[in-house]
Structures are given as structure tokens and as C-alpha cells.
Design a protein around this ligand. Structure first.
Ligand code: G
Ligand code: G
Ligand code: MN
Ligand code: NA
Length: 250
């Protein structure tokens, strides 16, 4: 449990940093958003992956404080970006246990001056799976603020389709496992096509995650995909490098 003790101290010690990964609009042919991705620089272990410490933060009741910090820090940073660039922030199901989530978002927006329309909150279907009535109410509160709600990792869960009916999402993010196989697995391609059709029918944006090659990009463009994200465009990078990429004066 050494990691747990370290995690309890990490926020006060300033060991967290947000990296940002561009979202590239294929029609506009430019970056129109960036997703904040949390990094923990542990003094001895080096970088610890969020896949490791976020579940731990949830377990030990730290996700509330950590999630608040992420929202505030990310909104402050994004307020410096050009107006056409949105900010995407991941929310974990545990953050929905706090009824004040919408109030926290309001505060982060107000303190930073970032307009609500420029904030996208990414959730996975587990948010709708657990305590769905109360979580659904919070989601509607968030949406009423004017922020956009994206369904992350689409296609990996149990009933992603039914959740699309139960809440008016603004964006679907196709999980990277489908994109990875798009060139050599006819089924992966068929599923991506179907999800792009679905997004178009619902009138919402569909983003392909995990695009790593030009060939994948070309296939996605051919299929009419609107937005991509992945190492081919850019790896997640520190705030300063992203600001430079967006042409923000230092
Ligand atoms: O960036 P990376 O691939 O290492 O992220 C691993 C996982 O951690 C992803 O599922 C991502 O959504 C999640 N994650 C990254 N940053 C945050 C964050 O700030 N909050 C939450 N809740 N999850 C995050
Ligand atoms: O769960 P979520 O989609 O929020 O997590 C995004 C994760 O995917 C992050 O950990 C990020 O570092 C990772 N990622 C982003 N682009 C790529 C990519 O092109 N390839 C791979 N393998 N991972 C990626
Ligand atoms: Mn995400
Ligand atoms: Na995802």
C-alpha cells in the first residue's frame, strides 16, 4: 500500500501534470480540440499511468479532489487557446457520486473564463450503468450548463447502443481497438462504418480514437469520419508544447 500513501500526498506535492492530445477535424483540416490526460510523476517510480492510479484514487476516496484539480487546471489552460479549440476532460464514474459535480464545473468555467460550449466532458457507459437515475440527473444538469457530453470508448461495453437512447450525447468516440484493426479486419471496418452512420443519423460528431498511421486516416476519411485522435496526429504532450502547436504566444 506504499503507492496509496504516496498518492495521498501527490496532489499537495504538485506531482500531477496534465498532458493534452489534439483532436483533429478532418473537414476543417485542423486541430479543433485537445483532450486532457492526467500524468503522475512519482519521485522514485517516474511516470505512473492513470490506468493504475485512477482506480486507486477512486478506491481511497481521492478522485473527488483529483477530479476537481483536473477540471480547474485544464479549464485554466484551455482559456489561453484559440477560440476554435475545445477542451475535452475525462470524468470517472466515482466523480458522479458527488452531487456538486455540476457546481464544480461551473466554478472551473467561471474562474478560467472558458465558455461552457468549449468544454466537452467524456464519460464511459459505466457512468450510466451505476446508480443511473442520480447519474442521469447530474448529466442533464451538466448538459444544461451548455457543456458537451461525449461517450468515450464506444463499442467496448455491454450496451452502448441503449445508452445512446437514454441520453442526448453530443459525440461518440469509437474505441481504439476498432481503429487498430480497420485495415486488415473486415469486421472492424464494418463496425466503424456502422458507428459513423449511427453518428450521422443522430446528427452528432463521431471521433475515431487511436489513429496511428496515414493509411488508417485515409480509410477513415473515405468513410466520412469527421474527427480523429491518435499518435499519427500527435501523442499527448505537455501544456507548453500544445500551446506552441496551437500558435499561442508564450
Ligand atoms: O493517457 P492514457 O492512455 O494513459 O490514459 C489511460 C486511461 O486513463 C484512459 O482511460 C483515460 O480516459 C484515463 N484518464 C486520463 N486522464 C484522466 C483524468 O483526468 N480523469 C479520469 N477520470 N480519467 C483519466
Ligand atoms: O479512455 P480514453 O480514450 O480517454 O484514453 C485515451 C488513451 O489512449 C490515453 O491513454 C492515450 O494516451 C491513449 N492513446 C491516444 N492515442 C493513441 C494511439 O494512437 N495509440 C494508442 N495505442 N494509444 C493512444
Ligand atoms: Mn477519453
Ligand atoms: Na476512449
Amino acid at each position: 500500500r506504499a503507492l496509496e500513501l504516496d498518492l495521498r500526498r501527490a496532489l499537495a506535492e504538485g506531482q500531477f501534470e496534465l498532458f493534452y492530445q489534439p483532436l483533429f477535424d478532418l473537414e476543417a483540416d485542423r486541430v479543433t480540440g485537445c483532450e486532457a490526460l492526467l500524468r503522475w510523476f512519482h519521485p522514485e517510480r517516474g511516470m505512473v499511468s492513470p490506468g493504475e492510479f485512477i482506480p486507486l484514487a477512486e478506491e481511497i476516496g481521492l478522485i473527488g479532489a483529483l477530479g476537481d484539480w483536473v477540471l480547474r487546471a485544464a479549464c485554466d489552460e484551455a482559456a489561453r487557446w484559440p477560440e476554435h479549440v475545445r477542451l475535452a476532460v475525462n470524468l470517472s464514474p466515482a466523480q458522479f457520486r458527488d452531487r456538486r459535480l455540476a457546481a464544480t464545473v461551473v466554478q472551473a468555467l467561471a474562474a478560467s473564463g472558458l465558455p461552457a460550449e468549449r468544454l466537452e466532458l467524456e464519460i464511459t457507459e459505466s457512468v450510466l450503468l451505476q446508480d443511473s437515475a442520480s447519474n442521469m440527473a447530474i448529466l442533464h444538469d451538466l448538459k444544461a450548463l451548455g457543456v458537451r457530453i461525449s461517450m468515450d470508448d464506444f463499442g467496448t461495453g455491454y450496451s452502448s447502443l441503449s445508452y445512446l437512447r437514454s441520453f442526448p450525447f453530443d459525440k461518440i468516440k469509437i474505441d481504439q481497438t476498432f481503429v487498430r484493426d480497420i485495415l486488415d479486419d473486415a469486421d472492424a471496418l464494418a463496425i466503424i462504418k456502422a458507428v459513423l452512420d449511427l453518428g450521422a443519423s443522430l446528427g452528432i460528431t463521431t471521433t475515431a480514437e487511436g489513429v496511428e498511421s496515414e493509411e488508417q486516416l485515409h480509410e477513415l476519411r473515405r468513410q466520412g469520419c469527421g474527427e480523429i485522435q491518435g499518435y499519427f496526429i500527435s501523442r499527448p504532450k505537455p501544456a507548453g508544447e500544445i500551446a506552441a502547436l496551437l500558435g499561442v504566444a508564450a
